[in-house]
Ligand binder design. Structure first.
Ligand SMILES: NC(=O)c1ccc[n+]([C@@H]2O[C@H](COP(=O)([O-])OP(=O)(O)OC[C@H]3O[C@@H](n4cnc5c(N)ncnc54)[C@H](OP(=O)(O)O)[C@@H]3O)[C@@H](O)[C@H]2O)c1
Length: 244
């Protein structure tokens, strides 16, 4: 028996990295998963890799019309929803003094505004007893120079999880934040050279970045009834980086 047997899940930004690893695991545990991403070719490839019980819906998590199209598809194909993992997000470094309006609008537009509407627009489809998780970042717990816009745009999730679980308690919908530290993903490859990656790894107690599958198992915990008494919490999966 799978931990998500018969459940319907939406995972945004899931054509690579930790959310793709999560989508595979959710399907292995019995769910039907809707995944999103902006690039159609990457989406097609991810759907092929997952192989079964998956629907790909192209779209930008910062675009409210795309979110409407996503939930229209879920409604048409499955009628309702049990798990939402709002994972689409991103950022780029910019030290205070050099932050542009465009950078602020882009990253708050996706990580804060996009996440809020990803959750809000899912609500009409949510079954009672469902689980919502959002991908934060340990950037909002540490004090990493250059990352204030990104950290700020993710830090909102902690407050939202607490308020939303209170607003949704009659429907027994739980809301938690999954907060990774450095994880070896395509985004890491794009953003950082080898020296920067080694510098980040020097901050991690085990000296090695997280793997996407290590975030996927934490997401499964929050998505499933294994975490039935966990609500409004931040699960930090950063190997202890911000604990020491
Ligand atoms: N990697 C890390 O070390 C790390 C650490 C802490 C937190 N995080 C957070 O974890 C999440 C995933 O990070 P990642 O490193 O795996 O990211 P990623 O490699 O940049 O992207 C993962 C997926 O998200 C999709 N995506 C990106 N922007 C999107 C958008 N606006 N709308 C819909 N899909 C979008 C990408 O496809 P398309 O580009 O085709 O859209 C891709 O499928 C993000 O919220 C990130 O902030 C990452």
């Amino acid at each position: 028996m799978g931990k998500l047997d018969g459940k319907v899940a939406v995972i945004t930004g899931a054509t690579t990295g930790m959310a793709l690893a999560g989508a595979k695991l959710f399907v292995d545990e019995g769910a039907h998963v809707f995944i999103t991403g902006r690039r159609q070719d990457m989406l097609d490839e991810a759907v092929k890799q997952i192989g079964r019980n998956v629907t790909g819906v192209q779209g930008d998590a910062a675009d409210l019309d795309d979110l409407d199209r996503l939930y229209d598809t879920v409604k048409r194909e499955k009628g309702s929803l049990d798990v939402l993992w709002a994972s689409a997000g991103g950022g780029a470094p910019a030290p205070l003094g050099e932050i542009t309006e465009a950078q602020f609008d882009t990253w708050f537009g996706l990580n804060a505004r996009g996440t809020l509407f990803t959750v809000q627009k899912a609500l009409p489809l949510f079954n009672d007893g469902g689980s919502i998780l959002m991908t934060g970042s340990n950037a909002s717990l540490g004090a990493f120079p250059g990352w204030s816009v990104y950290a700020g745009s993710k830090a909102v999730q902690q407050a939202w999880a607490r308020i939303w679980l209170n607003e949704l308690k009659d429907r027994r919908i739980r809301v938690n934040v999954l907060t990774p530290g450095q994880v070896a993903t395509a985004k890491q490859e794009e953003l950082f050279d080898e020296a920067t990656k080694r510098q980040f790894e020097s901050l991690i107690p085990r000296g090695q970045m997280g793997r996407p599958d290590e975030i996927a198992t934490a997401a499964l915990f929050l998505a499933s009834d294994d975490s039935s008494y966990v609500n409004g919490m931040e699960l930090v999966a950063d190997g202890g980086t911000t604990a020491i």
